[in-house]
Structure formats: C-alpha cells, structure tokens
Design a protein. Structure first.
Length: 222
C-alpha cells in the first residue's frame, strides 16, 4: 500500500533511526562498575530499552540483583547513569542503513518530520547533531517533555497539534510496541520496523498498519 496525503511523519529514535545500544551499554556498565555490581551483557540491555532511562536503569539493576532493587540503590544509580551517558551519548551510536538517504528523500518531498522518543530530551539534540540528521526535523520531544510518554497517544497528538495537521495527516514510524500502541491510542496510522529492539517481541503482534524490514523501503510508500 501507499500512504497518500500524509503531511507529518513522526519517528521514534532508538531502534528506528539509530542503534544506540553500544553507548547505552557503556554508560550502564560504568554505572554498575561504580557501584561494584557485575556488568550486564549488551544483548540483554537491548531488551531493556524502550520505556525511558529510569526503566533502563531499573531493569539493569534488577538483572544483577535478583529482581529486588532497594530504592536507595536506584536513587544512587540513576544520576550516575545520566552522568556517564551525558559524557558520551554518541561515540559508537550509528544510523541504521538507509536512514540518511531516506530522510533526505522525504525532506525533498516537503514532508514535515518530527521525533517522539522515550529517551530523555537532553540527549536527543546532541545525537542528531553528531549524526548530521538534525536538519531534517522540525521538532523533537522526549520522555520528560510532556506529562505522558509513549505508549500514551498524547505525545503524538501534541506533535500533530504543533504541526497544525489532523491525525489523519500523520504517520507514526517506529520499531517498538510503544510506538505502535501510541499510534493506536492516538487513532493514527503506523509503520512498524522489524529490525529494532522491541523487547525481543515480533512487531506484527501489535498490528501496525504496515511492517517493513528496511528503513529505505519507506521511499516506496511515501
């Protein structure tokens, strides 16, 4: 199918545009090392990503503490993670294949493009700048930008309002059930990408309008 008459494309970030697992893993394991806790394997951290930084830290601590993390430990760990990740948010993070080419194509076709991520907002712009894709986006919001985050539909409705377009004019593009459920809650069409993180679950389970295996295939639908 083709998506006709769309005006605003809303993208997830981690697992959709970028693979940030290496830098997130480094920051998490530096945090754990500073607390004298054993490291978490990269593949396990991949399954922890998607609900924001606090959940990532909590899941990582749970992995090494038999699912029983005292509040005092979390309160000590979280600022350490934020410090380590802020120091190097984009050293080994990279764009997925076809992302740069496809964003340029969509920009040339005059789509409005925005980002809705559950990553803390303070990390988004430095990463976009480092990877040279900031120019393509009019706005971005993170987990701490609004009172609600994905899978709530509110962030997507907020961006539609910011762009002065209807929900029918919008398309949500992401790799996670949080993206697809957010779109569903906003009554918005969605594209699910099969190559991202998504807690090792099949994106088809959450009924996106279309599932794609490669980002560059967007060019054939838009």
């Amino acid at each position: 199918m083709r998506f006709k008459n769309k005006k605003l494309l809303i993208f997830d970030l981690d697992g959709t545009l970028i693979n940030s697992i290496p830098d997130l893993t480094t920051a998490i394991n530096k945090m754990l090392e500073s607390l004298e806790i054993d490291p978490v394997p990269l593949e396990k951290i991949k399954s922890f990503i998607g609900n924001g930084a606090k959940k990532l830290v909590s899941r990582s601590l749970n992995y090494t503490n038999d699912n029983n993390v005292p509040k005092e430990l979390f309160d000590k760990a979280f600022p350490k993670f934020m410090k380590f990740y802020k120091a190097n948010p984009c050293e080994e993070t990279f764009l997925y294949p076809g992302v740069e080419e496809t964003l340029k194509y969509l920009n040339d076709k005059s789509y409005k493009m925005m980002i809705c991520t559950n990553k803390p907002i303070e990390f988004v712009e430095p990463i976009l700048e480092k990877l040279n894709i900031k120019i393509h986006f009019q706005k971005w919001i993170g987990e701490n930008s609004l009172s609600e985050k994905k899978p709530s539909g509110e962030p997507l409705l907020h961006l539609a309002k910011e762009a002065n377009v209807t929900v029918e004019d919008c398309l949500m593009i992401g790799d996670s059930k949080n993206d697809i459920l957010s779109a569903s809650n906003a009554k918005m069409e969605s594209i699910g990408l099969s190559y991202g993180y998504n807690y090792d679950e099949d994106i088809n389970q959450f009924n996106p309008t279309v599932v794609l295996n490669e980002f560059i295939t967007l060019k054939t639908l838009l």
